[in-house]
Design a protein around this ligand. Structure first.
Ligand code: ZN
Length: 281
């Protein structure tokens, strides 16, 4: 790499020029609690577009990419050494006993209560995992295509609480052995029909399923009104406004988790419906 390229690289989080590191999306200590993972991962990108007749939105064909490594091998080179060894490392240390107590609770059926401070730490870790997975999935050449704004990334790196753009839920997955991560980007115009100059509503949604635990993260650019991803009592909201959380809640099926990431009809009623030209949504 030339000197000039070295000089222009900046950390995706703190925004500082520094030394690149290879940050693992998922910490290696998770390896101790998981069965051997398949050396293959599938990523999907989905979204909406205007139909050819311009009269309705429809799902676009999903793009699919196969990666020949396991989930625990995912890294991103978008993070500097100082972030990796600093706040990210401290967050991993802080979340490890919380995750271990959740795994234990799922295996034994013993209930536990997460105080608000631990709910907030777990939510922050879920966001960090979601965002580094996003940066990792884009690859080194496409970092500018990220959903995440430089402002949101910088704010995240400099504060001890989850970002204001994020909502985080905790749930119990029916399958104690499943390890999976999914994410989706959704962009849809604010008005129907689309108005020039109006910014689109954009959502980044992700779910991490690991040993009977589900962490769902929704990121909205603005506070949108939308229903929670799971039925009442099945999804425990960790952020915003963390409260004490009783774990585990009743289990959710894998189909419900997939639905929380892939089905947007109830948030975006324009989806697959003809325009009503008389009203603005
Ligand atoms: Zn940094």
């Amino acid at each position: 790499m030339s000197r000039s390229n070295q000089a222009t690289w900046r950390c995706a989080f703190c925004g500082n020029p520094g030394s690149k590191s290879a940050e693992h999306v998922l910490p290696q200590w998770l390896r101790a609690g998981t069965a051997p993972l398949p050396m293959q991962r599938t990523s999907y990108w989905t979204g909406f577009g205007l139909r050819d007749d311009k009269q309705a939105y429809a799902s676009v064909d999903p793009a699919v990419r196969e990666s020949r490594n396991s989930m625990l091998h995912q890294t991103t080179r978008a993070v500097c050494v100082s972030c990796n060894n600093g706040w990210m490392s401290r967050l991993e240390t802080k979340v490890k006993p919380i995750m271990e107590s959740l795994f234990h609770s799922r295996r034994t059926g013993n209930t536990l209560t997460l105080p608000p401070a631990e709910a907030s730490t777990l939510a922050r870790w879920a966001v960090k995992t979601s965002w580094t997975a996003e940066l990792s999935g884009l690859g080194n050449q496409n970092q500018d295509q990220t959903w995440l704004s430089p402002h949101a990334l910088k704010q995240f790196a400099s504060r001890d609480v989850p970002p204001t753009v994020s909502w985080v839920w905790l749930a119990s997955h029916q399958d104690l052995d499943r390890v999976e991560q999914m994410q989706a980007h959704v962009a849809i115009d604010r008005t129907s029909p689309p108005a020039p100059g109006e910014a689109a509503r954009r959502l980044h949604a992700s779910a991490l399923v690991i040993n009977g635990i589900v962490l769902v993260v929704y990121n909205f650019e603005s506070r949108e009104h939308f229903p929670p991803p799971f039925r009442p009592m099945h999804g425990l909201r960790l952020w915003p406004r963390p409260t004490a959380v009783e774990f585990p809640p009743p289990e959710v099926s894998h189909q419900e988790v997939t639905g929380a990431i892939a089905h947007y009809g109830h948030w975006f009623p324009l989806h697959n419906r003809a325009f009503d030209h008389s009203t603005r949504i």
